[in-house]
Design a protein around this ligand. Sequence first.
Ligand code: DQA
Length: 141
Amino acid sequence: MKTIAILNGPNLDRLGKREPEIYGRATLADLEAQLCAEFGSAAKLDFFQSNHEGELVDKISALADAKIDGVVINGAALTHTSVALRDALAGSGLRAVEVHISNIYKREEFRHKSLTAPVCVAVITGLGLEGYFAAVRYLLK
Ligand code: DQA
């Protein structure tokens, strides 16, 4: 069975409470339960959320050693700032799809730049939570 990791960065633990007009009312637990319901029989899903850059870097390193089949990453604000996250993905040899719930290109200019996008196979931005489903579906193909 394939293993896909779903990584979420800073403040995504507050999904459902945080700026619901942008990110919606579903919680991270709701999202994870929905992904399990959809893909649980086809894949092992490894969920990880952290507000700390180094913890995400450590997790990517562990996933690289485990040679899993793909990563869905919403690096949240770290997308726009973190060379460390980019280097971790680039050096991991893992296939990663970057997901953003909101359309980062419709928002403030500082969100238009993603440091991680060039080391991912694709970026899905603005589809809401559906982006996570599309990314897992793609990685399982
Ligand atoms: C986000 C977009 C980022 O700019 C922001 O910092 C987030 C969430 C999204 O999913 O739309 O925290 O990654």
